[in-house]
Ligand binder design. Structure first.
Ligand code: CAA
Length: 249
């Protein structure tokens, strides 16, 4: 079965931010492929919950840290649905620890998942976008790539690497109607942020946010949808902050 709808692929599509992005892109008429990790045991329940809200997503399993897994996952999308127009590289993990306690495994797994995934996934869809003569790649980074964070040497390094990738890709594909941008959210109301110890959140993080609250995933999804739209054709190689004023530069 192939679809005449444009196809959008969202990695980490069942997490707090990914879910909001999937819904917002579906609202804009995309056929949305929500990619999830092999460890996710909630796929059926998540799809059912979305259906109750009127969203019919396709779930696709992938380990974004592995190139061959990304190749197989996108190949199954090609066969069942068609070429990909929009890729949102959203999947990421934290393994927070102060540097002296950070293990090599915590370094490797964060870099492979958060940064190698940019290459692993973009490589699978770029030929589709070239043959369509149109494409959007939106890479989700973090405020902590711009300012660093206590306990996040691995995460901040992985997220800072993303924008170098974005800029190079943007230059290479600007003449082909493919835009490539980075979105750098601040602290959002998601499960990832809920793992931050409550005292650290109350005493250190919230006081740094001038808007005085965590961001909502839907607020970031709105920006992603704009970048994915025809209207954003002149924005490429940008790193757009959406952090409640926590970091300005
Ligand atoms: N700034 C300065 N000092 C800090 C600090 C901070 N932000 N946080 C902790 N410390 C200090 C403590 O006060 C303590 O000091 P003393 O030894 O003098 O008492 C010391 O560091 C504790 O060090 P430990 O290595 O023992 O720390 P720990 O093992 O208890 O926990 C941590 C360290 C895991 C990093 C924990 O503080 C933590 O989880 N912090 C939150 C990190 C964070 O912001 N993560 C963001 C996750 S959300 C996300 O990543 C999404 C996004 O993109 C924004």
């Amino acid at each position: 079965m192939t679809t005449t709808q444009r196809i959008a692929v969202v990695t980490g599509g069942m997490g707090g931010l990914g879910e909001a992005i999937c819904r917002r892109l579906a609202d804009d008429g995309y056929a949305v492929m929500s990619m999830h990790s092999p460890e996710n045991r909630q796929v059926g329940a998540w799809l059912e919950a979305q259906q109750l809200l009127g969203y019919h997503f396709t779930a696709v399993e992938v380990d974004v840290a592995r190139f061959d897994s990304c190749a197989a996952a996108v190949e199954s999308i090609h066969q069942q649905h068609g070429p990909v127009s929009v890729l949102v590289n959203n999947a990421s993990i934290t393994r927070d620890a102060s540097f002296r306690k950070m293990t090599q495994q915590a370094w490797d797994t964060v870099l492979r998942t958060n940064l190698d995934s940019m290459f692993n996934m973009s490589k699978q869809v770029i030929e589709d976008m070239l043959s369509l003569g149109w494409g959007r790649i939106i890479n989700i980074s973090s405020v902590n790539s711009q300012r660093g964070a206590f306990g996040q040497a691995n995460y901040a390094a992985s997220k800072a690497g993303i924008h170098g990738f974005t800029k190079s890709m943007a230059i290479e594909f600007a003449g082909k109607h493919i835009t490539v941008n980075t979105v750098s959210p601040g602290y959002l109301r998601t499960r990832m942020v809920e793992k931050v110890p409550p005292d650290v959140m109350q005493e250190r993080i919230l006081p740094e946010i001038p808007v005085g609250r965590l961001g909502e995933p839907a607020e970031v999804a709105e920006l992603v949808a704009y970048l994915a739209s025809e209207r954003a054709a002149f924005i490429t190689g940008a790193n757009l902050s959406i952090n409640g004023g926590q970091h300005m530069y």
